[in-house]
Design a protein around this ligand. Structure first.
Ligand SMILES: Cc1cc2nc3c(=O)[nH]c(=O)nc-3n(C[C@H](O)[C@H](O)[C@H](O)COP(=O)(O)OP(=O)(O)OC[C@H]3O[C@@H](n4cnc5c(N)ncnc54)[C@H](O)[C@@H]3O)c2cc1C
Length: 433
């Protein structure tokens, strides 16, 4: 049995998000034995939204978080709301067919809408802003983005995707010489303060009766007709359990840990930039470049540059996080050479071998959701809905995802990292072509 010591229990990492959190109030820890319909493990977007969806459907839910709500990847990410679930869906045609692919494509559109509706319904204060751009670095990226634009419009994507050349891009959207143009989505994708979104969603869940516990690490799940979730100072017996620990789950459930590789990504936040903010980012968009180890950036509501990247599969934070990220940022925006960096942090995300979020069942009443491969702000909202629907006996969409095979990382625990590092190198080489 795994036991945690008080040293394992931590507050939010020191980040711009933690420094600008709306609601400082915390939730209690579990003490004693509880009974509920559904117990959700992990208080990130996956867990909080699963709990919220289930509470909206009238279930009694207990949500257990080892640290604080939003402590993991959810409270540390770039805040970019990007639709789409998985990539290269054609690879799954044999297992899910054309209809399955269409279902997942539409789910990829729906996930951003869930955030839009949720923020409006529960009046969540989280700096929600619409507007996003995929930028092109090499000529082949222009062709790829234009092909994506045509394919999305042909499939009925409900928002306009506009290709802008380098000059238009600099004038109206992203004022940098680093890119050859951009595919702009002004209304369907966007950005958000992710920690405030998640904490707002948790508050909504609590208002519907979800019992939320923080600093409550789950040490064991005893499966059976009525699974028992054991914590350091108590337990929760439930009809259903949902694992949402993702890259931070450790060894709680080795079968799940085998399917993901925790990978690190880093973010810095400058001081508020004043007028310079609008000069360099006139469109106030969230932006991603097309590399596998991508740069992603956007402005915060108070005009800071939030610049992220440096994804790596070693699971380690770089020695000089701020210096390394600052150099990347200045390459894109030389105007920021003298901007002070106020915050720098990193987080872990779960990467799956086929880059499709993993939903499934460990046994008839124990479910899991994980592995968004660096792209989970919006998709977590969809996988939470699908899992809640499944538990509420509406199985159709869950079964589509569950049919997709998720291989274990080869090489066992010891060799997963070097194996993946090699894979990453290969992808980096592709980026250079
Ligand atoms: C630096 C960074 C930047 C990113 N940028 C973006 C972006 O801009 N856009 C985007 O779409 N995606 C982005 N992502 C990915 C996105 O943040 C994640 O996919 C998403 O937040 C995953 O949410 P989750 O709830 O599944 O996992 P997490 O948010 O990691 O939550 C898991 C939670 O489970 C808890 N937990 C683990 N084990 C236990 C246990 N035994 N008992 C109780 N609780 C436990 C942890 O404490 C943690 O809070 C980024 C990720 C990182 C790290």
């Amino acid at each position: 049995m795994l036991l945690s010591s008080p040293k394992d229990v931590r507050e939010h990492t020191d980040s711009y998000y933690a420094a600008s959190i709306n609601n400082q109030s915390n939730y209690p820890s579990v003490e004693g034995d509880l009974n509920t319909d559904i117990c959700v493990i992990g208080g990130g977007f996956s867990g909080v939204n699963t709990a919220l969806e289930l509470a909206e459907q009238g279930f009694k839910v207990v949500l257990l978080e080892a640290n604080r709500i939003g402590w993991g990847a959810t409270g540390r990410n770039g805040g970019q709301i990007i639709g789409g679930i998985g990539h290269k869906l054609e690879q799954f045609k044999r297992s899910i067919g054309d209809d399955g692919i269409k279902t997942i494509q539409q789910a990829g559109w729906e996930c951003c809408e869930i955030i839009r509706e949720r923020v409006a319904k529960y009046n969540i204060d989280c700096d929600l802003t619409w507007g996003y751009a995929d930028v092109a670095i090499k000529p082949r990226h222009i062709d790829e983005l234009k092909a994506f634009q045509a394919e999305q419009h042909a499939a009925g994507y409900p928002y306009q995707l506009e290709w802008v050349d380098a000059e238009q891009m600099r004038e109206h959207h992203v004022n940098s010489d680093s890119y050859l143009g951009a595919l702009v989505n002004k209304a369907g994708y966007g950005h958000v303060h992710p920690l405030n979104l998640c904490r707002g969603e948790a508050a909504a869940a609590a208002s519907l009766g979800v019992h939320i516990f923080e600093q409550t690490k789950v040490t064991r799940v005893i499966e059976g007709d009525k699974p028992k979730v054991v914590t350091e100072k108590g337990s929760v017996s439930a009809d259903f359990v949902v694992h949402c620990g993702n890259a931070y789950m450790g060894d709680l459930q080795p079968k799940l840990a085998k399917k993901i590789l925790p990978s690190t990504s880093c973010v810095i936040a400058t001081e508020p930039l004043g007028d310079l903010a609008e000069k360099i980012m006139p469109g106030n968009l969230a932006v991603c470049d097309p590399n596998t180890a991508l740069d992603y950036f956007r402005l915060s509501a108070d005009g800071r540059m939030l610049f992220g990247g440096l994804s790596n599969y070693t699971g380690l934070e770089p020695k000089d996080l701020v210096g390394t990220m600052q150099a990347k940022m200045i390459k894109v925006f030389p105007e920021l050479t003298s901007a002070q960096v106020d915050f720098g942090w990193s987080g872990q995300m779960g990467i799956g071998i086929n880059r499709m979020p993993q939903l499934g069942r460990l046994s008839k009443n124990v479910f899991y959701i994980q592995a968004y491969s660096g792209h989970g702000v919006a998709p977590t909202h969809l996988t939470a809905r699908v899992t809640a629907d499944m538990i509420a006996q509406q199985a159709d969409r869950f079964d589509v995802f569950a049919k997709i095979q998720h291989w274990n990382w080869p090489g066992g625990k010891l060799f997963r990292r070097p194996g993946m590092a090699l894979g990453m190198l290969w992808f980096k080489l592709l980026d250079e072509l």
